[in-house]
Write a protein that binds this ligand. Structure first.
Ligand SMILES: [Zn+2]
Length: 322
């Protein structure tokens, strides 16, 4: 059995220890769960790396071509908005070492892809990893989960809160700064410095574009797509999967920390977040496998008391297991 690394959440290793402590029908169920999950714990690999590098390249090209006047502004806006809406989703795989795992000869590319994919969001990969690992370890804890600030009673208030949280004072800046302090490592302190530096570089880039007569390009091909992407991310990647933020990261509560939900935007439009529970149980399952993993694990999840009615068993069109 491998050992959980400090500050990291590696899923299956923790589960293996839990099994040994149960030694009952409960433990047998857990063993079956882990055996199924392991079938899906494979690296995303080159398709993920190419999507992240290629997507960021397209984003950068749309910005440069719009600045040069060689691409219609609205076309550049659409390209930029699309990538800004999924750049964190890609980087999230790098955060969990799911593109190329630790120990792989290509692990450096896993890290590079994370940094590159988050450039349009002006968010340093180092900070994204520190706060996200803490989110996993303290999910739904008002005092320790950096994403708890997305908590809101309704979708409308969640959208408004995501905008308020983005203002210069308080919000995510304060929450992430506090998270870095609470983690207290040199990496966390460096991540906080990276955030300040990248934030100023982003503002400087926008100002240079504006002063050189390209204010509209700066606004429509970077500033606005970034904010649309941030709003989408806070709603679909944080608020929807964890609302109403009840379960924590305990042995049993972890099944209630993330809800299974159906979105009118479908699986693709909702970035497969309806299956986000699988990710919180096993973070090393890459995004594209969370749906098949959910269906393989579904009978066990139902037995654990998870409300799976929003995602019925395959081929039934109805919730046969609940
Ligand atoms: Zn995660």
């Amino acid at each position: 059995m491998s050992v959980m690394l400090p500050g990291e959440w590696v899923g299956a290793e923790v589960d293996a220890r839990a099994v040994t402590g149960l030694g009952s029908a409960n433990g047998q169920l857990r063993g079956e769960e882990i055996a199924i999950a392991r079938q899906f714990q494979v690296a995303g690999g080159w398709p993920y790396a190419l999507a992240m590098l290629g997507g960021t390249g397209l984003w950068a090209a749309s910005l440069v071509l719009a600045l040069a006047g060689w691409m219609p502004l609205m076309a550049a806006f659409v390209v930029s908005t699309l990538f800004c809406s999924c750049s964190y989703l890609f980087a999230h795989e790098s955060i969990h070492h799911n593109v190329f795992p630790r120990g792989s000869r290509w692990h450096w590319l896993n890290e590079l892809c994370g940094w590159v994919a988050l450039l349009p969001m002006a968010l340093p990969f180092s900070l994204a990893r520190v706060v996200h690992v803490r989110h996993h370890a303290h999910v739904n804890d008002p005092d320790a989960d950096p994403d708890f600030i997305d908590d809101a009673p309704t979708l409308r208030t969640a959208v408004w809160r995501s905008i308020v949280n983005r203002q210069p004072v308080g919000g995510w800046r304060e929450s992430y700064r506090r998270a870095c302090e609470q983690v207290g490592t040199r990496k966390a302190a460096a991540a906080a410095r990276h955030a300040i530096a990248l934030g100023w570089l982003y503002v400087a880039a926008l100002m240079i574009m504006a002063w050189s007569g390209h204010a509209l390009v700066a606004a429509l091909v970077w500033w606005l797509p970034r904010h649309i992407g941030l709003t989408y991310g806070r709603i679909y990647l944080s608020w929807m999967p964890h609302h109403p933020r009840q379960g924590r990261q305990g042995r049993q509560e972890r099944y209630r920390s993330t809800r299974v939900f159906h979105s009118a935007l479908g699986d693709l439009g909702s970035s497969y977040m309806g299956y986000h529970l699988v990710h919180h149980l096993y973070p090393t399952i890459p995004l594209h496998l969370t749906k098949p993993a959910y269906h393989a694990l579904r009978p066990i999840l139902v037995a654990r008391g998870v409300d799976c009615s929003a995602k019925p068993a395959r081929g039934t069109g109805m919730d046969q297991c609940s």
